[in-house]
Design a protein around this ligand. Structure first.
Ligand SMILES: *[C@@H]1O[C@H](CO)[C@@H](O)[C@H](O)[C@H]1NC(C)=O
Ligand SMILES: *[C@@H]1O[C@H](CO)[C@@H](O)[C@H](O)[C@H]1NC(C)=O
Length: 198
């Protein structure tokens, strides 16, 4: 009996099982195209909470607008009983600055779209990336997807992710209109963003 355990087929099976188990131990639980990783593998240490504050300049007037309408619903142009601009889609590349003044230092851009998504009131679907261009955040981005009713005092939008230093980001952005020009439609909005990231 003891002798038959030492026979090549059985020995080979034992070695094979041993090799397999050590392999899956090294790379975590494996399912062919996916595996479980320790966060340390990606250099992720302690999660931290950051607060960013900047001013968003939405310039729709003049010769160099930073936000331009790209789609208008057909009934919008001649229907003044539709105060919500339902169907309007605006593409923006809005500067983000340190202070409210346009001449203040730019820290990034807000690139994306806002679209009027309510038939009854002014309410935008915001889909935008904050693209930072200063200091250690240069090149890092935060992605925001949410609902924005610009005529209300404080709006809140989820931060759904990020890149660079903001990988794994989640949090929220609060928007408060700092200045609105009723004649031109230009606006300066204060953003306070709270995000967890590594
Ligand atoms: C304008 O919009 C209102 C509200 O949706 C609608 O009832 C009305 O038929 C529209 N008028 C025109 C001329 O499109
Ligand atoms: C930000 O990064 C870009 C690309 O790497 C670089 O060209 C630029 O000079 C950097 N800006 C600052 C302010 O560091």
């Amino acid at each position: 009996m003891a002798k038959s355990l030492m026979e090549p087929p059985f020995l080979f099976l034992c070695l094979f099982i041993l090799a397999l188990s050590s392999l899956s131990f090294a790379s975590g639980e494996s399912h062919g195209f996916s595996r479980v990783l320790s966060p340390k593998t990606l250099g992720l240490k302690l999660e931290k909470l950051s607060h960013l504050r900047f001013y968003f300049h939405d310039i729709v007037s003049g010769r160099k607008p930073t936000a331009v309408p790209v789609v208008r619903a057909p009934e919008m142009s001649n229907n003044h009983s539709l105060p919500s601009f339902f169907g309007l889609v605006v593409m923006m590349d809005d500067p983000l600055t340190m202070k409210p003044e346009a001449s203040s230092q730019e820290v990034g851009r807000s690139q994306g779209i806002y679209a009027s998504a309510s038939q009854d009131e002014l309410s935008f679907l915001m889909a935008m990336n904050f693209v930072f261009t200063q200091g250690k955040y240069n090149g890092s981005t935060l992605s925001v997807l949410g609902r924005n009713r610009p005529l209300t005092d404080m709006r809140e939008m989820p931060v759904v992710g990020g890149s660079g230093l903001f990988r794994f980001a989640r949090g929220y952005a609060q928007a408060k209109t700092h200045y609105f020009d009723f004649k031109t439609g230009d606006a300066v909005v204060e953003y306070n963003v709270y995000v967890f990231h590594y």
